[in-house]
Each structure stands twice: as structure tokens, then as C-alpha cells.
Design a protein around this ligand. Structure first.
Ligand code: NAG
Ligand code: NAG
Ligand code: NAG
Ligand code: NAG
Ligand code: NAG
Ligand code: NAG
Ligand code: NAG
Ligand code: NAG
Ligand code: NAG
Ligand code: NAG
Ligand code: NAG
Length: 858
């Protein structure tokens, strides 16, 4: 049975106790785009184009042609009459999934670890160039959901950090980079997609869990705004062209059916002007989702290759039978084409010249239908000089957690041992496992749709051996983690033992070693702990390098005196070995800072991931009772001392902080937005059913999704047993109301009320390099908002600064109104509370030597 959202809510409600289940309030009608701010020109162009389109042409833009029907993971219908071929949408957030002659970039978590806005932008721009040159219209990334509520969440590494500000700044820079290169960026997954278990009922059933609905993430309004929505606000403010709604439910309403998250939060409050697409198969109803704000169905079919669609023909029918207003479909098409024009697709567009579905040069244009044999892979090398930015991000994201003087190495070590499978190659080749769904050899990205093919992968073993061979040292690598006797023997001969260990995770459709996307524990993989134990027993100069997707438990060995240094290198992409060598041998002083907390136990992080259904066969209920207290905010609240805190990282030099200055800036009072929107604009009138019949003689591609009708009998064309359910049961109140609507107080521009981004304070600090080598420091500014329910401190600003020995500089930054506000549920707006506020500046979330009260706030 397929259900609209009202029905879905009703069904789950009968399974558990309706009054106990979280509920998502309706918000209608779906806001129409208005071309606000820097969208004006693109919006105008889109309106002019869409005004020339017929209903079926507009519907075509909103609907994918079906899974594996065309070359990209998602392709929309086209408008041949106006010279527009289908839009190509392609994974992943770190490079082109299924691409050849394209780069494998460092993962998002490494970008966060650089704390470097410029590198985030440059990586985004380089990725954008590659997508553009392969003929891709939209990159399916970057990621701010998951944010990282659970340290073991499978896809956290695709995103940035479990902090809304670090994630918000990094997602914004990445989006600007991608879009400046002429490709639409897609902020995903909207929203509260914090774990892999139960994200889709069929997938969960495949693992033997008997659940009939996706997990529901239940969150209160304040936590939503102060944590999970925050980075999406930054994404919208950065001009992101697309947003992908998620598999999970929010308050028991599906991510792609939820009028509160899509209509209210994203479109009305944040003023999003681009389009919302579904995650792949996250579409659950036609009319309901259209009215709830969904603009595009991906990959278009109800389930992969069903040959049926909630949009396509059904959307044409829904307009003709009066259920979905034409203005809503006009708005979908305008939003899609606005994103297209905003990034300049019309200037740089070329047809896709690769295929996701074969590595051969020749293949089918329509793979599922086995039709259209042609040259599909043109094997265009799109890499340019991107190895450089990959290398730079790899080096800059390397976090030095411990150093008892073992590093940097000198090249004079007599015997260098490289120990651990994570130092070497995957015996099956770097791309030997589909979607990187294994943990063989060195780990340089996680698994799932967030992966890309490596054009090459420089392993640590290769790069270190190359380095040692420049001198006269001996270098021996051993990568069998289970032959501990052998490891012990080599370690006992070594002047330095470099031990490589890892921990992997990925997307829920692949299970690796019993990890169903999410990690089943926080320990090292592949006998890593035993390996470290063995080596440290035999070598008093053991350097541990970790390639992990997030935090791992290191309590049993980090303080062993024989562990003389610890490095976290994350998921560095194709230049992995070259990057680590630069840091190990001191060509560059490490300056990365941990983008998450290293706790002693899993329990210290807060609630466990939900891994068993807790609502009978209904949607598992994941209550976000921890509110805004995730990662360091939770450790701070519980006064739990972590091993290494959020923001922590050492260097080969040292820095001193002094001279904190805070200046109140003149600012206008904050005004809630007032007034009304325009009337829903209409860019065409629906014709008659007879105008939209399949063209005569059309050679239909098998299982392909089209916008046309089989018959002027609409019910027949829809071929839906539920067709024509009673109106008042089906259409939420006000959902078809095209009259001017009241503005929300926190709205006004893309990203929200522009008053939120007005600077209220200027802050400056003097930072000095007090050591003997050049190095980077990341000054971090935290705020304590002062209320009884507020975290001890929250990150608000940072920068990455390079200083020569003895050099000092004045770091200047600002705090805006949003930085100092809390979300007020009563007024549905941001307010600066009366609680006294302070700022703290230093080198990590717990090393904050400078502080000052914020005066004259009100
Ligand atoms: C979910 O329910 C909570 C509690 O009633 C409410 O504060 C919040 O706004 C709701 N959010 C959504 C997206 O429905
Ligand atoms: C819809 O898109 C398909 C696939 O690109 C194309 O064959 C068809 O002609 C398009 N229909 C219209 C009405 O433009
Ligand atoms: C492939 O890429 C090249 C270079 O970007 C471009 O000129 C061309 O139009 C694309 N398509 C084909 C079929 O080669
Ligand atoms: C799953 O639960 C439903 C509802 O109780 C039941 O009918 C069905 O047999 C169960 N399926 C399995 C495989 O246990
Ligand atoms: C219309 O949608 C229903 C599900 O709501 C589906 O069963 C039916 O196959 C769809 N029709 C077409 C023509 O895709
Ligand atoms: C590679 O990974 C696969 C899948 O996890 C595993 O079965 C295999 O043992 C691994 N091979 C090696 C040599 O580690
Ligand atoms: C944790 O999971 C990894 C990966 O599956 C596994 O290698 C390791 O043995 C597990 N650790 C424990 C303590 O079970
Ligand atoms: C440290 O290494 C030496 C060998 O160099 C060994 O004798 C000693 O037991 C090790 N200490 C620990 C705590 O493992
Ligand atoms: C480490 O072990 C070596 C011999 O393997 C020895 O020369 C050296 O003094 C030891 N260093 C420490 C700090 O114990
Ligand atoms: C429309 O007609 C085609 C060709 O006869 C048929 O294959 C298809 O199943 C029909 N679709 C629906 C929804 O009835
Ligand atoms: C209108 O069409 C849609 C799409 O096929 C269908 O779901 C809905 O039930 C129809 N409504 C009426 C009133 O016929």
C-alpha cells in the first residue's frame, strides 16, 4: 500500500499510541519562489523560459527518467522543443561517483579538520570543474545531514563536523566553489538523517528487521534551529541551487513529504529559491508531496525500474484533475531552471560524456531497457592540476594528537618499520570493491554512494619508502595484521615503528564486516588494537597513524610511553601517502584540529544509536532528547574530560594568545519580517487532457518515465487504485491557496532575516608563533550564551593563520546577531536573551585562555 503523508501518519498512529508519537504540524501552501537577492536575474530568465513551456514540458523537468535509464545516477526529462536536454545529477560529495579519469578528493570530515575556508572553497571549485567537464549539471553534495549526532553514524564522514558552525561555514564555502565552477550544488540530506539503520524500511527488512516505515527523528523546534537547520541556513545563504530531502521521517512525516520542514523551514523561513529533490526512492506520494514542497522526483520511478512514477504522468493528471494547482508545477519548474541559470549552466553546458553503468567505451544509452548501443564513455580526463588541492587538504587536515618529540622524522632513522594493513594497497586494486564497500588496504574514503573511483591511490607505504630511500635507511613494510609474531620481530629491530590502523563506515545498503552502514563499535578495525599493543611491547618509538571516519577509542594505548606520537589523518583521498609524508618528515608543520571529540568510552558521547526497532513494526522512534548537547557540548555539560577535545591539535611550533579586544559595532534594531508575499504567480494555463496524450508513433523506451497520458480518461492514465480519493480527506487545508501569505518573522532573504547576519561585535586577538618553525594556528572563538539551558560554550568563529617563527599578527573577526541569539519558540524568531554573555578565544574548545564579557548587548 502506498500512502500520502496524512495516511502514513494515521497508520503509524494506530500501531503505537497516537498521542505518544511526535507529530509534524502542517504548513501550507508551498511558498513560491520570488527571485530574492542574488537570485533575481536567474529567476527572471527562468520565468521567461518556463512561460514558454507546456504542462508536460514543465512536468518533465520535475521527474527523473528512471533508475539506470540514462547515463547519470539521475537524469530529468528534457524539453527538446526549447533545446534543453535532461539535467544530469551525479554523486558524490567528494568526487564523481562511477567516474573515470576524475579525482578522488579528501572527504568532508577532512575539510572540517583543516578549519580553512579557502581550502574548502578551492576543493569545491576543483570538484565543480570536474563535474562540469563531464557534463554533469548537479553534484549531489555537500552534506550537512548527518551533522554527526552519533559518533558511530555511518555517513558522518561525508559531511563535516558535529558542530553547526564549523559545518555551516564549510558547507557554504564548498557550495560557492562548486557553483562558481558552473555546477549546481545539492545540500543534503534534509534533515535529521543521523543514522543508517532503518532509514528505509525495505533496506531494514533486508537486514531482518521487521519494520514497515522509516525511522522517525523527533526533534523539538529549538534544537532544530540551533543545531540541525543552522548549516542548511548557511547553505541557502550561500546560494545553493538544490536541496535533497532525506529518507527518514521527521516527527513521523517523511523527509520528502514533510510540509513543516520543506514548506515552512526551508522555503518560507530560509527563503530557499532553488529546488528540492528526493533522495533516491525517498518519494512516497504524488499529490501530497507536491503540496508539501517537493519539486523533483529522483530517480523518477516509484521504486527502481518500476516503470511508474508519483510525478511524470501522475503530476500531469493531478494538475488536469485540479488537485495540484498549475502554479505549484510552474513554481517547481521555475525553481529548477533558476538554479540552472544561477550557476550559469546555460554558458558552460556540454552533454554528459561518461556512463555510470559501464567502464567500457561502448554501452547502452538506456541500460535497463538495453536500448541505444553507442559510445558512452569518452574517457575525458578532467583532473587538471587538482592533485595539488587534494594534497594540500590532505596535509592541512592532518591532526597531530600527541608528540613526545618523535616527530618530525629526520630521514636519518636507521630502520623504519611500516606496520599495518592500513599502510598498503588493496590487493583487489584501489577500486576493487564496489562503492568502496570493504576495508582492504589503506583507507582513504568511506563506502557507499558518497564514494568515487580512485584514479590512483598513493599509499603511505609507497610514499614513506620513497622518502627513506632518498637516504641510507632501511625500510620494511609488513601489512598482515594477524601475524603478530612477525610484527613483533620487525618492531623490535626498528628505530621507529610507524603503525597504520583504521576504522571504516558508510552507507546502509552495504554491510562490511557486520557494520550495516553505521559502525557497530568505536574500536579500531582489523585487529588494530592488538597490533598497536604488540608493536609497543617491542618498540619504544611507536608512531600511530589513524585513518578513521570519526572518533575511535584509544584509551587503552594512547598514554603508553612507547607511543611517542599519534596522528589522525582521516580520509585523505588519492594523495594519502604524499600528504602524510609531508607531515611525518616535517616539510609542513601540522595544523589540523580535530573536528570531533575523542572520548574515553562510547557512553561519554551520549545516546546510543538506535539499532533495534522500538515501536513494534511501525516507524522506529528516535527522540533527540539530547537536544543541542552533542559532541563537545555534551562532554562540557557532563564535565567529562575527553582524551582530546574538539578543536584540539598540536604543531611542530607553539603559539601564544594575548590582547583580546571587543568592540560593539553600530547596528540597527532587529525587525521581524512583516507583510505578505505576492499572489502565486502563474506562468501558463493547463490545457486539455487531449493536448497531452503520448505523441503518435513515439518509440517508448522500456520502463522510461514520461509526462504524457495514455488516455483522455485521467483515471485510466494514472492507473492508480487509490485514484480520486475524496478531496477533503486528501488535500490539507490551504494547500491550494495561491493568495498572498503572511511572512514569517525570521524570514526575508535567502538564509533568513537579513538582520540576523548583521555584525554586532568586532573581536581582535594577538597571536604569536613562539617556536622555531613556520606553522599554522587556528584561533577559535567560542561564546557562552549564558542561559541555564545553554551549552558551556559554542563555537562561533575561527580562521587558519600561517606564522613564521617569532612573527605575530592581530586576528580580527566578528560576531553577528545570529551568533548571539537563541531560537525562541513563542515568537518563532531569534532573540538575544537577557543572560550575560561571554566570549572565549583560544586554540581548542578547552584551551581558551582569553575571555571577555559582551557589553552593551541590549
Ligand atoms: C516536532 O515536534 C516538536 C514537538 O512538538 C515541535 O517542537 C517541532 O517543531 C516539530 N518539528 C517538525 C519538523 O515537525
Ligand atoms: C520528456 O523527456 C523525454 C526524455 O528526455 C523526452 O523524450 C520527451 O520528448 C520529453 N517530453 C516533452 C514533452 O518534451
Ligand atoms: C565531452 O567533453 C568535452 C570536453 O569537455 C566536450 O567538449 C564534449 O562536448 C563532451 N561530449 C562529448 C560527446 O565528447
Ligand atoms: C512482519 O510483521 C508483520 C506484522 O506483524 C507480519 O505480518 C509479518 O509476518 C512479519 N514478517 C516477518 C518476516 O516476520
Ligand atoms: C501513479 O501513482 C501511483 C501511486 O500513487 C502508482 O501506483 C501508479 O502506477 C502511477 N501511475 C503512473 C502512470 O506512473
Ligand atoms: C577484501 O575485502 C573483502 C570484502 O570485505 C574481503 O572479503 C576480503 O577478505 C578482503 N581481502 C583482503 C585481501 O583483505
Ligand atoms: C568492532 O568492529 C570492527 C569492524 O567490524 C571489528 O574488526 C572489531 O573486532 C570490533 N571490535 C569489537 C571490540 O568487537
Ligand atoms: C617499551 O618498549 C620496550 C622495548 O623498547 C619494552 O622493553 C617495554 O616493555 C615497552 N614498554 C611498554 C609499556 O610497552
Ligand atoms: C629505546 O630503545 C633503544 C634500544 O632499542 C634504546 O637505545 C633507547 O635508549 C630506548 N629509549 C628509551 C627512551 O627508553
Ligand atoms: C500506457 O500504454 C502503454 C502502451 O500500451 C502500456 O504499456 C502502459 O502500461 C500503459 N500505462 C498505463 C499507466 O496504463
Ligand atoms: C488527481 O490525480 C492524482 C494523480 O493521479 C490522483 O492521485 C488523485 O487521486 C486525483 N484526484 C482526483 C480528485 O481525481
Amino acid at each position: 500500500m502506498r500512502l500520502g503523508w496524512l495516511e502514513a501518519v494515521a497508520l503509524t498512529a494506530t500501531i503505537a499510541n497516537a498521542k505518544d508519537l511526535a507529530y509534524s504540524p502542517p504548513y501550507y501552501p508551498s511558498p513560491w519562489a520570488n527571485g530574492h537577492g542574488e537570485w533575481a536575474e536567474a529567476h527572471q530568465k527562468a520565468v521567461e523560459l518556463v512561460s514558454q513551456m507546456t504542462l508536460v514540458e514543465k512536468v518533465n523537468l520535475t521527474t527523473g527518467t528512471g533508475w539506470m535509464e540514462d547515463r547519470c545516477v539521475g537524469v530529468t526529462g528534457s524539453v527538446p522543443r526549447l533545446g534543453i536536454w535532461g539535467l544530469c545529477l551525479q554523486d558524490a560529495p567528494l568526487g564523481i561517483r562511477f567516474g573515470d579519469y576524475a579525482s578522488a578528493f579528501p572527504a568532508g570530515v577532512n575539510v572540517a579538520a583543516t578549519w580553512d575556508r579557502k581550502l574548502a572553497y578551492l576543493r569545491g571549485h576543483a570538484m565543480g570543474e570536474e563535474f562540469r567537464d563531464k557534463g554533469i549539471d548537479a553534484q549531489l553534495g555537500p552534506v550537512a545531514g548527518p551533522l554527526g549526532r552519533y559518533p558511530d553514524g555511518g555517513r558522518n564522514w561525508e559531511g563535516f563536523a558535529p558542530d553547526p558552525v564549523l559545518t555551516g561555514i564549510m558547507i557554504a564555502e564548498t557550495i560557492k566553489g562548486i557553483q562558481d565552477a558552473g555546477v549546481i550544488a545539492t545540500a543534503k540530506h534534509f534533515i535529521l538523517n543521523e543514522e543508517e539503520h532503518f532509514r528505509q524500511a525495505p533496506e531494514a527488512q533486508g537486514y531482518g528487521y521487521n519494520v514497515s516505515e522509516s525511522l522517525s527523528s523527533n526533534v523539538d523546534d529549538k534544537t532544530m534551529h540551533e543545531m540541525y537547520l543552522w548549516p542548511f541556513a548557511d547553505a541557502v545563504r550561500a546560494g545553493v541551487g538544490a536541496v535533497m530531502c532525506s529518507y527518514n521521517q521527521i516527527n513521523n512525516s517523511y523527509g520528502c513529504s514533510n510540509s513543516y520542514t520543506m514548506n515552512k523551514l526551508l522555503k518560507a523561513e530560509l527563503g530557499f529559491q532553488g529546488f528540492i529533490m528526493t533522495d533516491w526512492q525517498a518519494h512516497h506520494s504524488g499529490v501530497g508531496d507536491a503540496l508539501a514542497g517537493l519539486d523533483m522526483s529522483m530517480p523518477g520511478d516509484v521504486t527502481f525500474d518500476s516503470g511508474t512514477s508519483y510525478y511524470g504522468t501522475n503530476l500531469t493528471v493531478a494538475v488536469l484533475n485540479g488537485t495540484v494547482p498549475e502554479w505549484r508545477v510552474d513554481d517547481m519548474a521555475v525553481r529548477i531552471m533558476s538554479a540552472y541559470f544561477k550557476v550559469g549552466r546555460d554558458q558552460v553546458r556540454t552533454p554528459p560524456n561518461f556512463s555510470s553503468w559501464t567502464t567500457n567505451e561502448y554501452g547502452y544509452e538506456h541500460v535497463i531497457a538495453s536500448e541505444g548501443w553507442t559510445k558512452v564513455n569518452h574517457r575525458v580526463n578532467v583532473r587538471r592540476n587538482h592533485a595539488k588541492v587534494i594534497h594540500d587538504v590532505g596535509v592541512a587536515s592532518t591532526v597531530l594528537l600527541k608528540n613526545d618529540g618523535a616527530l618530525p622524522l629526520t630521514c636519518k632513522e636507521k630502520f623504519v618499520a611500516i606496520l599495518g594493513e592500513d599502510a598498503g594497497s588493496n590487493p583487489l586494486g584501489a577500486n576493487g570493491c564496489d562503492d568502496r564497500g570493504c576495508d582492504n588496504g589503506t583507507l582513504a574514503m568511506g563506502w557507499g554512494s558518497g564514494s568515487a573511483n580512485f584514479p590512483y591511490l598513493v599509499t603511505p607505504e609507497q610514499a614513506i619508502q620513497h622518502e627513506v630511500m632518498k637516504g641510507e635507511g632501511t625500510v620494511i613494510a609488513a601489512t598482515d595484521n594477524w601475524n603478530l609474531e612477525n610484527m613483533a620481530s620487525i618492531a623490535s629491530q626498528a628505530s621507529v615503528a610507524l603503525v597504520f590502523v583504521n576504522a571504516d563506515s558508510g552507507e546502509g545498503y552495504i554491510s562490511v564486516d557486520g557494520n550495516e552502514g553505521d559502525r557497530k563499535n568505536l574500536t579500531l578495525w582489523k585487529n588494530g588494537e592488538e597490533l598497536i599493543k604488540t608493536v609497543t611491547q617491542n618498540c619504544n618509538n611507536t608512531v600511530v597513524v589513524m585513518h578513521t571516519v570519526g572518533p575511535v577509542l584509544i584509551d587503552s594505548w594512547y598514554d603508553n610511553p612507547n607511543v611517542t606520537a599519534i596522528i589522525w589523518a582521516g580520509l585523505p583521498g588519492q594523495e594519502s601517502g604524499n600528504a602524510i609524508v609531508d607531515v611525518l618528515y616535517g616539510r609542513v608543520s601540522p595544523g589540523g584540529k580535530s573536528p570531533f571529540t575523542w572520548g574515553k568510552t562510547r557512553k561519554d558521547y551520549g545516546p546510543a544509536l538506535l539499532t533495534q526497532p522500538n515501536n513494534g513494526h511501525g516507524a522506529p522512534q528516535d527522540n533527540f532528547d539530547d537536544g543541542v548537547f552533542i559532541d563537545y557540548r555534551n562532554f562540557d555539560k557532563n564535565q567529562e574530560t575527553p582524551i582530546y577535545e574538539f578543536g584540539y591539535g598540536l604543531s611542530y611550533t607553539t603559539f601564544a594568545y594575548s590582547n583580546l579586544n571587543v568592540h560593539r559595532l553600530p547596528a540597527r534594531p532587529y525587525h521581524p519580517a512583516q507583510g505578505r508575499t505576492t499572489h502565486a504567480p502563474s506562468y501558463g494555463k493547463p490545457g486539455e487532457a487531449s493536448d497531452y496524450l503520448y505523441p503518435e508513433g513515439l518509440d517508448r523506451v522500456d520502463l522510461f518515465i514520461y509526462p504524457w497520458l495514455n488516455s483522455t480518461d485521467l483515471k485510466k492514465s494514472a492507473n492508480d487504485p487509490d485514484y480520486g480519493m475524496k478531496h477533503d480527506e486528501y488535500i490539507p487545508d490551504g494547500a491550494r491557496d495561491g493568495r498572498p501569505q503572511e511572512l514569517l518573522p525570521a524570514s526575508g532573504a535567502p538564509g533568513g532575516n537579513s538582520g540576523l547576519y548583521e555584525d554586532l561585535y568586532r573581536v581582535s586577538v594577538t597571536i604569536k608563533n613562539t617556536g622555531h618553525v613556520v606553522g599554522d594556528e587556528v584561533p577559535q572563538l567560542y561564546v557562552s550564551l549564558g542561559g541555564p539551558d545553554d551549552p558551556v560554550v559554542v563555537l562561533r568563529q575561527f580562521d587558519r593563520i600561517t606564522l613564521a617563527p617569532g612573527q605575530e599578527t592581530v586576528w580580527q573577526t566578528t560576531l553577528n546577531r545570529r551568533d548571539l541569539s537563541n531560537w525562541d519558540t513563542a515568537s518563532q524568531n531569534w532573540v538575544i536573551t537577557k543572560h550575560p554573555k561571554k566570549i572565549h578565544v583560544g586554540s581548542s574548545s578547552r584551551k581558551l585562555p582569553l575571555e571577555a564579557p559582551l557589553q552593551d548587548l541590549h
